[in-house]
Every structure is written in structure tokens, then in C-alpha cells.
Design a protein around this ligand. Sequence first.
Ligand code: ZN
Length: 251
Amino acid sequence: MFDDLHPALRRTFRAQFICKACGRTFRRELERIFIHLPALDQIETAPDRPFVIPEPITCPRCAALNRYELTDQTRSMLILSLLETTKTEAEVDFEQPVLPITFAMYDRTVMHPQEALQFYREKVEQAPDDAQMRLRLANTYRTSGDYEHAAEEYQRVLEMDPNELEAWINLAAIHVYHKRFAEAKKILQEIVQRAPSSGHRDWRKVLQHSRDFLEGILPLDELIPMNLIARLSPEREKPKRRRRRRHEKAN
Ligand SMILES: [Zn+2]
């Protein structure tokens, strides 16, 4: 009985899946599940849409990849966990596996994280040499919890534009998140070298912060921005229901 703790007291969330290909039911311990708050409105018609699981899920019987439904019980437990995680609007326990997310595009339109990924993947396919577009794709991977792909894309951004400080910083933050502190410090040194000639408008601030991290004035953990854990809506505004038409301008 004791191993069946309330989900909010666990560091992982045990989710039950039904494979859409073969019908097999199986469980996985997940470290992170985001709940895209605006999609909670649609839970009647699209019951799995609010739940964003960053890691790939493979069926143990037929090996189908990411072709699953959650069970009703798992959905209910996720909602309960969300309520536990967000005791008050201002107080979110980021250590918990189930976290709220409201995914905002650059123009502040709200988009489902998976659709935002699709959107930027297509943009990058159309313009593979556009470093800024690739940076947005990387940031989208990052905010939806897929740090492996995020890191890959930041690397590519830096191959195109080694002075893109935002890519360096986020890459360092991902290293810290994975406790690869030596690699994070190497990047901070890189930033110190590059910042003054980067042309970045906040380069002085970035330089100062990087020095503070390197000298131990700021703990490295603080390099992890909150949005590496989850991006919350700044003010809990009501989700917009209109269809977004400004994706083309989402810059
Ligand atoms: Zn299957």
C-alpha cells in the first residue's frame, strides 16, 4: 500500500497507455508530463490533447512509436496531480512531474506545443539556413521538454551564427539541467569571449551573468531558466478560442 503513494508525492508519474496499433495496455514511469492549459477546454472532444509527454513512448508488444491513448484513470490522475502541483496560482512546485504549460508563440498567440513544433519544423525545412528560425525551433523543443532535440538545434544555430548568445545560454542551461557542469562552464567561457563583439543587444548583461556563474557568485542552478522547466502563462489569461490566423507572422 505504501508504494502506491499519491501521484503528487512521487518524483515520477506512472501513466497507463493503450496502444492504438495493437490494443495492448501498458505502463510507464514518466519524469515529466506537461498539461497544456488551453487544451483543457477541449478535453471532451480531444481527451489526450492537453497532455504533452516529451519522451517517446514505444508499445512493448508491437513497437509502435507514439501511437497511444491514455486511460481514463491516468487522465483523471493527471488532473489531480496538476491541482496538487499548482496549489495557488503563484505557487507552482517545479519538482513535480506533472506541470502546467501554456505555450506561447513569439507573437504571443497560444499554440499547442506539438503544433508549434510542427510549425517551426516546416519553417526550418523551407529555410534551413535561417538561424533565427532554427533558434525558434530549438526554443520550442526546449519549452516542450525535448532537451535532446533542443540541444541539437542550438548546436546547428551556433554553426551558422557563433555569436547567437541565446543559443549558447540555453545550451549551457541544458548542460546544467543534466548536471554536466564542466560542459556548462566551457560554454560560459565561450560566452565571455564572444559577448562584446556579438552585437546582441543585452550582451553586457549576459557577459556579467556569465562571469558571475563562472566565479561562483551565482550558483549554476540559477542558469536554468524557469522556462526550461515549464513555461507558464505570465498572467493566467483566458485561453483564446479563435483559430489563430497569425501563424505566418509568428516570428
Ligand atoms: Zn502495440
